[in-house]
Design a protein around this ligand. Structure first.
Ligand SMILES: [Zn+2]
Ligand SMILES: [Zn+2]
Length: 265
């Protein structure tokens, strides 16, 4: 079983799962290593509180890492909500917190989360997608605080239900330079199996984007379930591994102390 490098616990505003339950589930699945990556979205307006209590989180994770050290290796990560106007704040945070791994994700666009209907008001689904990829590109270009860019076409989880008829190839004028930027900066692309959970039939991003990244020479590739509950830890990892091998990948990437290590797929 691949190592799950995208997991949420009750330290995230949208999960009630105690961290030890996520870890126990990973052990039961036979994982040798995982990374907990709770949410921190700073300076956003949202119904849920997506800010992380860093002192409590880091202390709890250090304790858990120690408690489980003979059974599984627990890396300490975070999923940061990227926004250009908080670049300096995020740089400082990642310099001082001592994470093993940082996912950078674009959750809020123009102050709105594509999870909610308000984001689509006054936009066709295609315009919404275009705006999402445009802002994602600008973000990846402007920020450097992350190791892997999370769930690149995450908006598709929500806009597909609105009949967007999503094809990644329609947005390659944004996606291509985004992938080139990741490669140029030595950042990883994330393959997030949450897309299967949303019944998209694809991970996020979809195969077209995973293929293109490989074609462009992309090698750093992380894998995560985005599980907020134990039943989704390692969700569809066998399917993802097969799909990634079909796309031409032989290795995936894990991180320790912000340094990449390659493991066979
Ligand atoms: Zn996310
Ligand atoms: Zn997540």
């Amino acid at each position: 079983m691949l190592c799950d490098f995208h997991l949420h616990t009750s330290f995230s505003g949208d999960s009630e799962t105690p961290p030890d339950r996520q870890i126990e589930r990973a052990i039961a699945l036979g994982m040798e290593r995982i990374c907990v990556t709770d949410h921190h979205d700073y300076d956003v307006v949202s119904e849920l509180d997506f800010t992380l209590d860093f002192p409590a989180y880091l202390a709890a994770m250090a304790q858990l890492r120690e408690r489980y050290r003979d059974r599984i290796r627990v890396e300490i990560g975070v999923e940061l909500g990227l926004q250009r106007h908080i670049a300096e704040y995020l740089d400082e945070l990642t310099r001082t917190c001592g994470f093993d791994y940082v996912i950078g994700s674009r959750h809020f666009i123009d102050g709105l989360d594509p999870y909610y209907p308000a984001f689509y008001e006054g936009r066709t689904p295609q315009e919404a997608l275009r705006r999402f990829f445009e802002v994602s590109l600008e973000t990846v270009q402007a920020l450097d605080c992350y190791d892997s860019f999370g769930h690149l076409d995450y908006i598709v989880r929500y806009c597909s239900a609105r009949g967007a008829g999503y094809r990644a190839t329609d947005y390659m004028d944004y996606i291509d330079p985004l992938l080139r930027t990741l490669i140029g900066k030595g950042k990883a692309l994330e393959c997030n199996t949450g897309g299967f959970r949303y019944r998209l039939g694809h991970p996020n991003p979809c195969e077209d984007i995973l293929l293109r990244y490989r074609e462009l020479g992309g090698e750093l590739l992380t894998v995560g379930s985005d599980a907020h509950t134990p039943d989704y830890v390692g969700c569809e990892f066998a399917r993802a591994a097969e799909l990634l091998r079909e796309c031409g990948y032989r290795y995936y990437t894990v991180y320790h102390e912000r340094k990449p290590e390659m493991l066979p797929l």
